[in-house]
Write a protein that binds this ligand. Sequence first.
Ligand SMILES: NC(=O)c1ccc[n+]([C@@H]2O[C@H](COP(=O)([O-])OP(=O)(O)OC[C@H]3O[C@@H](n4cnc5c(N)ncnc54)[C@H](O)[C@@H]3O)[C@@H](O)[C@H]2O)c1
Length: 290
Amino acid sequence: MGIQRVGVVGFGQMGSGIAQICAQAGFDTLVREVDQSLVDKGFQRVDGSLARLIRSGRLSEDDAKAARGRLRGTISLGAFEDRDLIIEAIVEEIGPKKKLFAELDTICPPATIFCSNTSSLTIVEMAAATRRPDRFAGMHFFNPPVIMKLVEIVKAITTSDETVATLREFVGKLGKTGVVCKDTTGFIVNRLMVPYLLGAIRMLELGVATKEDIDNAVKLGLGYPMGPFELIDYTGVDINYHVANVFFDEFKEPYMAPPPLLRRMFLAGQLGTKTGKGFYEYDDQGKRKS
Ligand SMILES: NC(=O)c1ccc[n+]([C@@H]2O[C@H](COP(=O)([O-])OP(=O)(O)OC[C@H]3O[C@@H](n4cnc5c(N)ncnc54)[C@H](O)[C@@H]3O)[C@@H](O)[C@H]2O)c1
């Protein structure tokens, strides 16, 4: 019968985009937040995004209205009892995620598939908190989910082939391209990107080139939209430092360890655009000054 009713847990930055694309693709979609004000905030985000799609001619008013009609919010987890698929997009901490899935396991029917949108945690650790580790996988969307075309489908050592096949089909119906990968830190995209970013910092530490020249070389030579230092400042020095530590813990490869400069910038509170200084300096609007 396949997936018809989707439950999204967490209506934040990622959850709102994921819920929106599920509703746009025709799925009956229910989103859960911890309180009503956050449900309302999530709907504001979705409404803003739908309005932008209409303005740019990528979505008709009728289709936007129909999508909005398929999307409902709740603060009750019990309302997820009729869902075929759950996509979790709450805080990036293993404790709350395990607790949530253990609770959902008692609410949802055995056939319901559980997915986590985690960027860095291990899928099988969450799967083991449920009695359905074969119907548990990672479904990693990219930010913003409404625009980005890729979804990494993460197969834990317990995930069944049938679950992966169902998720591939579901991701296709969302209009995205699904790629399947193993449950190892970074999946595919971050496994390639994190060592590259850390390598750029080491290159700067060694004095191979200035940060401006490394950024320009990557943009003009590789065709990337942002240079590594622009990207680290944008995503946050703290996030990149945390991610490097997660990678090093998993693989123990020296090239995945946080370089000394990254650690010092983190300790100094030079976190990038959000603090006004990272590799570059920024004004109050986050516009680059230097
Ligand atoms: N931001 C990104 O670029 C990005 C990209 C890919 C994956 N992710 C992953 O997506 C997940 C969510 O990230 P985000 O950036 O959307 O975070 P966010 O802080 O914007 O949203 C998380 C939301 O979850 C809610 N929440 C917390 N516990 C809850 C619960 N038990 N039930 C319902 N709601 C709950 C919070 O109130 C918050 O609104 C994380 O696992 C993150 O690693 C993030």
